[in-house]
Write a protein of this length. Structure first.
Ligand SMILES: [Zn+2]
Length: 78
């Protein structure tokens, strides 16, 4: 811990990591209450999750982040 850095909890293993070191990732959550009838409630949320370094490495988050960055660069440079 350096100075007044706050700690976040890893979403996968529960280890507490301080925020500059943690890997944040935006995760999309889809939920619906479809009970095989017409009136279902759909719910969509984009949640920011934090992972520790080892969990991020294990889950391939770095690769996903690189892909996202490449996509964004393509989108905004042209
Ligand atoms: Zn972890």
């Amino acid at each position: 811990m350096r100075g007044r850095d706050t700690a976040v909890t890893c979403d996968n293993c529960g280890r507490s990591v301080h925020r500059p070191k943690a890997v944040s990732f935006e995760k999309a959550i889809n939920m619906s209450t479809n009970l095989h009838q017409g009136n279902d409630v759909k719910f969509f949320e984009r949640r920011r999750v934090y992972y520790c370094i080892s969990c991020a490495k294990h889950k391939g988050i770095f690769k996903k982040k690189a892909e996202q960055a490449a996509r964004n660069a393509e989108k905004y440079n042209y």
